[in-house]
Design a binder for this molecule. Structure first.
Ligand SMILES: [Zn+2]
Length: 242
């Protein structure tokens, strides 16, 4: 806004001092927890967020909200005494922000058998109010999700938006390998006031919206972990590249 005001008075000259540098690689780790399924334990549903954040603040919206709601899937299902048929795998991805290196390492580790993954969920659009889900499932699978939509409708999160590919963040490699991807559909109208800034702290997170995130992540994970047949492999458009 300052720049546009000054530019109206005539040519604008700026001097920028940029200090970032690329340092040598160092070890870091994804954090992974499995809750083994019962009769379909060999099939995996990933629930996830990313562990790293920009160093200006604590990253409450980007992406502590995603990690917290993924972790809360286990807590919520255990409180309800529900036991999934498929294995639910919570992943806090390392290094999303600087190249999704954790997600790439994970993909390498499951390269022999990506088909064991029947679905993957990542929340990485802040902690605003969720309205439903984005999903990269085959068009023919969309009707299967009616019960999930009905379950989420009471909190206003019943929208189901199918796309051929979400093509974002940590799940894009799994998606390219045919794993259907899911992400909460979120009101992000204030997200970019906080995202990647010193203002991204917990006081900007609305507790009720965070509870709604937990509900969306938990209901989706439970649905994918228990549906009789997997929802079908993602259709990956030829034009899709990272
Ligand atoms: Zn993020």
């Amino acid at each position: 806004m300052l720049m546009s005001r000054l530019a109206r008075r005539g040519p604008l000259v700026m001097r920028l001092v940029l200090t970032p540098k690329i340092l040598p690689d160092a070890d870091s780790y994804n954090v992974i927890a499995d809750w083994p399924g019962s009769d379909k334990a060999g099939e995996i549903v990933v629930v996830s967020g990313h562990l790293d954040s920009w160093d200006l603040a604590t990253g409450a919206h980007d992406d502590a909200a995603g990690v917290a709601s993924a972790m809360a899937v286990f807590e919520t299902l255990k409180k309800l005494d529900y036991r999934p048929r498929r294995t639910i795998r919570m992943i806090a991805w390392m290094n999303e922000e600087n190249g999704t290196r954790g997600a790439r390492a994970y993909l390498d580790s499951v390269a022999a058998n990506p088909a064991s993954h029947v679905g993957a969920i990542e929340s990485d659009s802040g902690a605003g109010r969720p309205f439903g889900l984005h999903a990269s499932v085959p068009a023919a699978s969309t009707p299967l999700f009616a019960p999930l939509q009905a379950a989420l409708q009471p909190i206003g999160a019943g929208v189901f938006q199918r796309q051929d590919a979400l093509a974002t963040g940590d799940l894009s490699g799994l998606e390219r390998a045919g794993v259907p991807s899911f992400a909460p559909l979120i009101d992000n109208s204030t997200y970019f006031n906080y995202h990647h800034t010193a203002a991204d702290t917990l006081d900007k997170v609305d507790p009720d919206n965070l509870r709604r995130h937990v509900a969306v992540m938990t209901a989706t994970a439970w649905f994918l972990a228990n549906i009789e047949e997997p929802v079908g492999r993602a259709v990956v458009p030829a034009s899709f590249s990272r």
